[in-house]
Design a protein around this ligand. Structure first.
Ligand code: F0G
Length: 445
């Protein structure tokens, strides 16, 4: 049962089917082009779309908007120290701002950066700085049916092999993404975090954690790793991060805020360099592109995110959506991850060949059937890769109720029952193919 009640209501409406079909056509069969008002249940992302608590709203009113020396920054710094165990914090406007700041000072031309799996913006920032981002997930991660408590783990042996090939001196950093968003939101075990620490020491590389969903990861460790079963999640969350040299964080996920992010580091010299770069791209180091009130909200949100009650409600809701979809015969990636359910659209729409984008077709059909917005993470988003054809249904935190999710299940089932055979083709796409899923336009074939 939910561990909170709602005292603010945001109206949503389900447009009639003909109107939804018109919206889809006008959007070029790309749901990024839809007006949010025309969406009934919006599962595009869990980033910045959640519901804040009364304590967060109260903190916002007292946000200190000073350019330098803001009290709200001090509150954020204290929260990061208490919850995450890092004393040196550089605030940024969101997660990718943190990536720009940290990777801009850590990575140089010709470097190689292993990660369990790079998120799109992480990959782009490492490449932008001349680095080669290499994904090193464990073997079972790509298999949507494989069992495994921690399919998000880094394959440390494959990183050792890379180091032997290219030379350890070319690997300035090893990154671990908790949970592994680009790998169906799968968690990473505490044992794997420890192994990654040892690996980084061997390579004399910095160990960076992408901590966007660190609290959700800690809850999986508590439930699935025997040694940690009796510990509070807050303690586990802190321990996971204690092995790292640096963090990049998007407060829009487990900061429970609508904006913001930060870099946190241990080394004073790295701190100075990160601050200088932040001044250039983000803002003075006591606000970094955030309003004081946003820092205040995130400071409260970080503490709420590591409470057992909150995490129980959160993870169970995602898990239940997965269970219900499976019960209705909708194929999904298993086990269900932390922030989203990933539908296996290739299996859901088997008659549509890969070149006609079954994943993107599923996304459009889900909107047509129920005004539900998900996002394709397969052949349309990642051209030229052989990843499974997945559609992500990400749950905003503390936002939708069970009946909304039941509506999502019914809509997905309706898509399956219609045995759709018409796929899509691209009619217009941007020069940068890697970013095409945000803006390309398509039409039915
Ligand atoms: N790292 C990971 C693992 C992420 O999932 C994201 C964002 C970022 C970094 C960048 O953070 O958006 O604050 O700049 N993920 C969102 C998503 C956009 O929908 O998965 P940001």
């Amino acid at each position: 049962m939910r561990s909170y009640k709602s005292t603010m209501a945001t109206p949503i409406r389900l447009l009639p089917r003909e109107k939804r079909e018109r919206c889809l056509e006008e959007a070029g069969y790309n749901v990024f082009n839809l007006a949010a008002e025309d969406v009934f249940v919006d599962l595009l992302t869990d980033s910045g779309t959640g519901t804040m608590s009364d304590a967060q709203w109260a903190a916002m009113v007292r946000g200190d908007e000073a350019y330098a020396g803001s009290r709200s920054f001090e509150h954020l710094r204290e929260a990061v120290s208490e919850v995450m165990g890092f004393e040196r914090v550089v605030p940024t406007h969101q997660g990718r701002g943190a990536e720009n700041v940290l990777y801009g000072v850590l990575i140089g031309e010709g470097d190689v950066v292993p990660n369990n799996t790079h998120f799109d913006t992480t990959r782009a920032h490492i490449a932008e700085n001349g680095g080669d981002p290499v994904d090193c997930p464990i073997e079972s991660a790509d298999d949507p049916d494989a069992e495994g408590a921690f399919k998000g783990n880094l394959d440390v042996e494959s990183v050792r092999t890379i180091a032997e090939d290219v030379g350890a001196e070319r690997i300035p950093a090893v990154v671990l993404t908790l949970t592994n968003n680009s790998m169906a939101g799968q968690p990473v075990s505490m044992a794997n975090v420890e192994e990654t620490r040892e690996l980084a020491d061997e390579l004399d590389a910095a160990f960076v954690i992408d901590a966007c969903r660190f609290a959700e990861n800690a809850r999986f460790v508590q439930r699935r790793e025997d040694a940690h079963a009796d510990r509070p999640v807050a303690e586990i969350a802190r321990e996971q991060l204690s092995y790292a040299d640096a963090l990049v964080m998007s407060g829009k996920k487990d900061g429970l805020s609508n904006a913001g992010g930060f870099v946190a580091v241990r080394d004073p010299d790295l701190f100075e360099r990160a601050k200088q770069r932040a001044i250039l791209y983000e803002g003075f180091p006591t606000y970094g592109g955030m309003a004081g009130r946003d820092m205040a909200a995130m400071a409260v949100g970080l503490r709420e995110a590591v409470t057992g009650e909150y995490l129980e409600t959160r993870i169970r809701q995602v898990e239940r959506l997965g269970e219900r979809l499976r019960e209705e015969g909708v194929p999904i990636y298993t086990p269900v991850g932390g922030h989203a359910v990933y539908v296996h659209a290739g299996r859901a729409l088997p008659e549509i060949p890969l070149k006609a984008f079954p994943g993107q077709t599923f996304v459009c059909e889900l909107y047509r059937e129920g005004g539900v917005r998900g996002v394709e993470l397969g052949s349309f988003a990642f051209p030229g890769t052989d990843r499974p054809e997945l559609v992500r249904l990400a749950l905003p935190r503390r936002t939708y109720h069970d009946e909304h999710l039941e509506h999502v299940v019914e809509s997905a089932k309706a898509v399956m029952d219609r045995h759709v055979t018409d796929g899509l083709e691209i009619v217009d796409e941007p020069d940068n193919e890697a970013l095409r899923h945000f803006s390309a336009e398509l039409r039915p074939v």
